[in-house]
Design a protein around this ligand. Structure first.
Ligand code: ZN
Ligand code: ZN
Length: 259
């Protein structure tokens, strides 16, 4: 390893370069059909808890290395809107880069809305499929330790990232949740002959900062800048409209009232 073990895109690239020599690196959708040539597998997964922008940076890097991961996306997040016009374009960009889009669901949302679990998952998968133009068949639960709703999936779900086989059986599960490695950095596992499931949250690898707190603070600044720019655009748009108010009022009169 050239760079130190830290959350950075540079180190992530090194990890993927070694991983793709020693393993078949794939996603949930393809892991049962990918040609293996006697190699062990890494299923590469990303949960999007904080936004689309870090995911796009990570996805672009993976694409350049010929790697197709699964990006699990939330549809009811308070931090980003995956089905707004901008969010939908970002999702389609992830698809163009060859990645699988799965659902990162939050059972507490279904509970709060009074939807049963199966219905909630089925509705979200349908919307996600419509927006990406593909078929969403993989799911991962947000904050799996904090909710205990019974898992009862509709038939569309073919891969659950927390299925016991991905966690403790056929695959060894490694996660960077909360910006911390519990069993060493991914790079310390790249010479073992076993199947892995890696969960990497793009925000930790893409954003600058010494620890998870600084990385989240950087995301806060980026999000604030984006909101400020959007509202500034709206102000300018209103100013332009008001400058031509008489013309617009006349056109409105003509189109909708004076028939
Ligand atoms: Zn490392
Ligand atoms: Zn999550």
């Amino acid at each position: 390893m050239k760079s130190l073990c830290q959350f950075s895109l540079e180190h992530y690239r090194e990890i993927l370069e070694i991983a793709s020599q020693n393993f078949i690196v794939t996603n949930f959708a393809n892991h049962t059909t990918v040609p293996r040539h006697d190699k062990t597998l890494i299923i590469l997964r990303h949960d999007l808890d904080s936004g689309m922008a870090p995911a796009l940076e990570m996805a672009t890097l993976e694409h350049a290395l010929g790697i197709r991961a699964t990006y699990f996306v939330q549809l009811h997040s308070d931090f980003y809107d995956a089905v707004s016009l901008a969010g939908s374009r970002d999702l389609r960009r992830l698809v163009e880069l060859g990645h699988e889009i799965g659902l990162h669901y939050d059972p507490t949302y279904y509970e709060a809305m009074g939807w049963d679990f199966r219905t909630g998952i089925a509705r979200d998968l349908e919307l996600l499929s419509a927006v990406t133009g593909g078929e969403a068949i993989s799911v991962s639960r947000h904050l799996p330790l904090l909710s205990h709703q019974k898992v009862d999936y509709p038939p569309q779900v073919r891969h659950d990232a927390y299925d016991p086989k991905f966690i403790n059986g056929q695959f060894k599960y490694l996660s960077d949740s909360n910006g911390i490695f519990r069993e060493g950095c991914f790079c310390q596992h790249l010479y073992n002959q076993r199947n892995y499931c890696f969960l990497a949250h793009p925000i930790w690898w893409v954003n600058a900062g010494h620890d998870w707190r600084e990385k989240l603070q950087q995301q806060m600044l980026k999000d604030c800048e984006a909101v400020t720019a959007r509202i500034q655009d709206k102000i300018e748009q209103y100013e332009k409209i008001l400058a031509k108010r008489t013309d617009y009022d006349r056109a409105f009169q003509k189109q909708f009232i004076a028939r």
